[in-house]
Ligand binder design. Structure first.
Ligand SMILES: [Zn+2]
Ligand SMILES: [Zn+2]
Length: 746
């Protein structure tokens, strides 16, 4: 453009157009870039921008305009231009607000949250188009020679059939690619461009679902009404195991599909949920789009694009699925809302259930929180009227609740023999179950052979060199393992402390040791072991589940990986080897979690017409958790638990936030922890506890200290934390993690 007029006066250059781009990096704020003349950008556009010598993707967070005062930042002539914009619909405004909201709530960098929303940057690239062919219907040109191979290819191509790729045709017609090319050159095949990633199939909302009981139908009506209201609401769906909660929220999904909007279901462990996917397919005719960490490259890219394009009608995923940029989300379901797996403990520390409620609020949509053992947090919100509540009392299909027997391990007549772990009461019941041609399950939430290995001569215990943790013996793999950092070692021949030979003995049971005992007691029984060590990947789990369902297994032994919602019709006996496990420790939710887990395990027994029996081995039969389990009185347990927490102002009646200070240099870590304690916020309605060594005072070679901020329920902890952290310089070698609403106290 000619900048000089005829008179030689300089005209004003056109104003530089600026955008503020959020990068997926832990930066304090977005960066400014110049918009090239030939590019149009709006807020939410996915762009590629230079960052030092690199090119990175980012999302336009704001577009400059009159009165934005951005000139106070980088001078216009030093702004770098946006390189290109990706061919995708812009990230919706609600998704961008959600990123900022989560960042502010968790005290994380917005870019770190953005990274969860766009975790597969390769998906931003347009997928390659595939070449495919349709029959042209023309007659062969003069001189065309019809060979057998050419005839076979043409015969494969039906009229009105879908376009087919050369590779596909060559395979089915058993010919070379050259044959296909020849047909195309002679005009008998017409090339068409095929999407490399097919659209996800559309679930059929009108397909007839299973017959609902009156309770289920009423619950489904209530959830449908919430979807049709097209407004924010949060509803607890509280129903005992086997009451058919899934079928109920499927009806809400159907209502959402009829509106043409997207629905999201969050599951705690998606890899374990192929039964869930099958149920979905039975109701809607197709499987939903999955989103989880086991999803491999191309599938992951395809899933992300179909979600961002609005082509994925229903998405089922692990917690990270919440952050995906849905253009028109109409419903969120959080199934098993009480599960600890919804809490992410590294990177951006957040609880997906709580964030799901926030996302629903920002988007003006309903969220359903579903559980047989709701968390105290959610129950309290339902009791105060903040959340709606739907109860599903009965077990669907006439199944009755299992009979729960507490086995008092302190009594001589019910105690297992020395170096054994199963009470004679339990083993007798197992014998009866097997004799009746039914299945039994033993639950012990402890991997490996024995939790502790010590020297018989001097008492030396084998400990992980990187963590405050004992090494766990795994007899199947003949290794000692640290369950926190993955350190492994061989069992030493001589004790490193007293040099006694072959002096190490296993203390206490792990699942492998229980399996050994079962093999001695029931040598003819077919036994399957289900733990994360023996089951690698979702297919391995699926294989065992199918074997149990096909009754190729008599006794199933496992850790919590098998406690999930699997449905085994012939399973009528559940034995809990150590019901007290998990009740110790300084975790405020220990009792609640133990109750939830044991309740879920107990729910495995007798899910169809056969009555179930549950035997719970415990040293504390009088503990409220055990009493509540035996009496099937969940509400009495929760009421007692709530009273206790209320008296101590603990969540959900008060608020907590933790600071975890860690580093390799113990002195530096201690100094920062003390400095932070001195600068701690003060006030009538708050209290700072610590610094104290974390229970895992050493983890992966890093020393760890904890501080805990405890406040009244109404206090906004984020501004307090921000001021607190800003008041103390933090050395580069020491890390401070902020955990708002902590669930782990390790
Ligand atoms: Zn020794
Ligand atoms: Zn370790």
């Amino acid at each position: 453009m000619d900048l000089l007029t005829a008179s030689g006066m300089e005209t004003a250059a056109p104003p530089v157009r600026r955008v503020r781009v959020l990068l997926p990096l832990p930066l304090a704020s977005p960066y400014d870039y110049r918009v090239p003349d030939d590019m149009e950008l709006e807020a939410g556009a996915y762009v590629e921008v230079p960052l030092g010598p690199r090119h990175v993707f980012g999302v336009v967070w704001a577009v400059g305009g009159p009165g934005d005062n951005w000139e106070a930042g980088v001078a216009a002539n030093r702004l770098k231009p946006v390189i290109r914009r990706f061919d995708l619909p812009p990230m919706p405004e609600v998704s961008r607000r959600f990123v900022d909201w989560v960042a502010a709530y968790t005290l994380s960098a917005p870019g770190s949250v953005l990274r969860m929303a766009v975790s597969v940057s390769a998906a931003l690239e347009d997928p390659k188009q595939l070449l495919a062919y349709l029959p042209s219907g023309d007659s062969p040109p003069p001189g065309f020679k019809m060979t057998d191979a050419r005839r076979r290819v043409l015969a494969l191509m039906e009229e009105d059939g879908p376009p087919r790729t050369p590779a596909d045709l060559a395979r089915d017609a058993a010919c070379g690619i050259g044959v296909i090319r020849g047909l195309a050159e002679s005009g008998l095949l017409t090339p068409v461009a095929l999407r490399a990633q097919p659209r996800p199939p559309i679930p059929d909302a009108d397909r007839a679902g299973p017959e609902l009981s009156p309770d289920q139908a009423a619950a489904a009506d209530a959830l449908r009404a919430a979807v049709d209201a097209r407004a924010y609401s949060a509803t607890l769906v509280d129903g005992v195991t086997g009451s058919g909660k899934t079928e109920v929220y499927f009806e809400a999904i159907a209502a959402c599909l009829k509106q043409g909007r997207q629905a999201l279901v969050l599951l705690p462990e998606i890899a374990l949920s192929s039964q869930w996917l099958d149920r979905f397919a039975r109701r809607f005719g197709v499987r939903p789009v999955e989103w989880h960490s086991d999803l491999a490259g191309a599938h992951r890219r395809a899933a992300w694009r179909s979600i961002a394009n609005g082509e994925a009608p229903v998405v089922v995923g692990a917690r990270s699925a919440l952050f995906l940029p849905y253009p028109d989300l109409g419903l969120i379901v959080v199934d098993e809302e009480h599960e600890a797996a919804f809490k992410q403990e590294d990177g951006v520390i957040y609880h997906a259930r709580d964030m799901a409620v926030a996302r629903a609020f920002l988007g003006g949509i309903p969220v359903a929180l579903v559980s047989a053992t709701p968390s105290l947090e959610t129950l309290t919100n339902a009791e105060t009227g903040r959340y709606g509540r739907i109860d599903l009392p009965a077990r669907h299909g006439g199944a009755s609740l299992p009979e729960v027997t507490l086995i008092d391990l302190r009594r001589p007549d019910s105690r297992p023999p020395a170096r054994h772990w199963l009470s004679p009461i339990l083993t007798q019941a197992m014998g009866e179950t097997l004799a009746a041609g039914e299945q039994a399950m033993l639950f012990l939430n402890r991997r490996g052979y024995a939790p502790l290995t010590l020297c018989r001569s001097c008492g030396f215990r084998l400990q992980c060199p990187n963590c405050t943790a004992w090494l766990v013996e795994h007899r199947l793999s003949r290794r000692l393992q640290c369950h926190h950092c993955g350190y492994t070692d061989r069992l030493p021949e001589t004790c490193p402390s007293c040099e006694a030979e072959h002096s190490f003995v296993a203390c206490g049971p792990g699942v492998e040791r229980v399996a050994e005992e079962v093999a001695q007691l029931f040598p003819d029984a077919r036994v399957a072991l289900m733990t994360s060590d023996t089951l690698v990947g979702p297919h391995a789990i699926q294989t065992v589940i199918e074997e149990v369902r096909a009754h190729k297994v008599d006794i199933l032994i496992g850790t919590q990986v098998m406690a999930k919602g699997h449905h085994f019709p012939m399973l009528t006996l559940v034995g809990v080897v150590d019901g007290d496990l998990g009740l110790g420790g300084g975790d405020l939710r220990a009792a609640e979690r133990t109750f939830q887990m044991l309740h879920q395990v107990a729910g495995r027994a007798g899910r169809e017409s056969r009555p179930g029996r549950v035997f719970l081995q415990t040293h504390m039969p009088e503990h409220p958790v055990m009493q509540a389990l035996a009496a099937h009185d969940r509400d009495a347990f929760l009421a007692a638990e709530a009273d206790q927490r209320r008296a101590m102002d603990l969540p959900p009646y008060g608020r907590l936030a933790a600071l975890i200070i860690s580093g390799e240099d113990e002195r530096q870590v201690d100094k920062l922890a003390r400095d932070l304690a001195r600068a701690a916020p003060q006030g009538d309605d708050l209290q700072v506890l610590g610094p104290a060594p974390a229970p895992l005072a050493l983890l992966r070679g890093r020393h760890r200290r904890r501080l805990l901020l405890k406040t009244a329920r109404g206090v906004a902890v984020q501004p307090l934390l921000q001021t607190w952290l800003g008041s103390v310089p933090i050395p580069a070698a020491v890390r401070v993690q902020v955990d708002v609403d902590p669930y782990s106290f390790m």
